[in-house]
Design a protein around this ligand. Structure first.
Ligand code: GDP
Length: 330
């Protein structure tokens, strides 16, 4: 765990300045996977034997190929000493519950829109939910290299969409980044669409906007553990994995926790294994702190919406309402 000395401003909460949790949302084919590939490549995270062409978010085939590697459902990239946890969201509107669960793990959204196609139904669907959670949104106009890019119109369409969804003035004040995920560059200057000499050679401008716009996770120093189970996964070696966002306190491998169940009962149980995501894989750790997105093994019947809390002082978090029962158990 890397909880820095609490950065206290006035009476506000402490913050994990070394962490940002965000979701990239996009209509199918608007370039989410390619952008994450490029981020990983630029952050220098692929080892020599891995091909950059491998699709990172669609991890099932890869997982099968590698056999023993536990691939994460989210991806994390280190940028300027900060860990960016990137949570995937489904590219289609059928899995409503899954979008909501992804949003409960993050503090902001990168809304990726194809520079030629403009906002499409999934963009609208997820944006409506994100605005409801009152999260900052960064608009990324992607594929700006396309000869048929119509940047100004697409930006206007995005503003119309925000207004149509009753965004507040503050929400309408979103930053815009122009980007070619495929070619691996981003810019704050819309003229890059017409003037190639203005294009940089990296995604640094996008990462800087993420660091400036998406708040670092807030927490209360010395608060007892509260971790929210927001999704499930499974692995043949460790069984069921509860994917949690630690809200307060520290969760530790081998320690007792209070498992606050949906039926209102509280059971003491032990954390057998803990994993954090590094790049594409889960790595075992001894502890995780506030804001961390952690996978917890050892609690076979745990389910979404439950809380892992301090063994002595258990305070359950509110339930997450889930409107579809299907859970992917890869
Ligand atoms: P996803 O469904 O959002 O994950 O989209 P993908 O990343 O799979 O990309 C969909 C298609 O768009 C692929 O054929 C990519 O090669 C292409 N693509 C992705 N990013 C860019 C880009 O920046 N520029 C161009 N011209 N094509 C891109």
């Amino acid at each position: 765990m890397h909880v820095d000395t609490p950065h206290l401003t006035g009476h506000g909460p402490a913050r994990r300045d070394d962490l940002r949790n965000l979701a990239i949302v996009a209509h199918v084919d608007h370039g989410k996977t390619t952008l994450v590939d490029s981020l990983l490549k630029q952050a220098g995270t692929f080892s020599a034997h891995e091909s950059i062409a491998e699709r990172v978010m669609d991890s099932n085939d890869l997982e099968r190929e590698k056999g023993i590697t536990i691939l994460a459902k989210n991806t994390s990239v280190r940028w300027g000493g900060v860990t960016l946890n990137i949570v995937d969201t489904p590219g289609h509107a059928d899995f409503g519950g899954e979008v909501e669960r992804a949003l409960t793990m993050v503090d902001g959204i990168v809304l990726l829109v194809d520079a030629a196609e403009g906002p499409l139904p999934q963009t609208r669907f997820v944006l409506r939910k994100a605005l409801g959670y009152d999260m900052p949104v960064i608009l990324v106009i992607n594929k700006i290299d396309r000869p048929d890019a119509r940047v100004k119109e697409v930006v206007d369409e995005a503003y119309e969409l925000f207004m149509d969804l009753d965004a507040s003035d503050e929400q309408l004040d979103f930053p815009i980044v122009y980007c070619s995920g495929r070619d691996g560059w981003a810019s704050l200057d819309e003229n890059t669409a017409h003037d190639e000499s203005l294009r940089g050679d990296s995604l640094a401008p996008l990462c800087d906007v993420i660091l400036d716009t998406i708040p670092s996770p807030a927490y209360t120093p010395d608060a007892p553990l509260q971790a929210w189970v927001t999704n499930l996964d499974a692995n043949q070696y460790v069984g069921r994995l509860a994917l949690c966002r630690v809200i307060e306190g520290t969760i530790e491998k081998g320690k007792q926790v209070a498992w606050c169940r949906l039926d209102g009962t509280i059971q003491r149980t032990k954390v057998a294994e803990l994993f954090l995501t590094e790049q594409l894989t889960r790595v075992p750790v001894d502890s995780a702190g506030p804001g961390d997105l952690v996978a917890v093994a050892g609690i076979e019947e745990i389910t979404i919406g439950e809380t892992l809390a301090d063994a002595e002082n258990p305070v359950p978090l509110p339930r997450i309402t889930v409107d579809e029962p299907a859970l992917s158990m890869t």
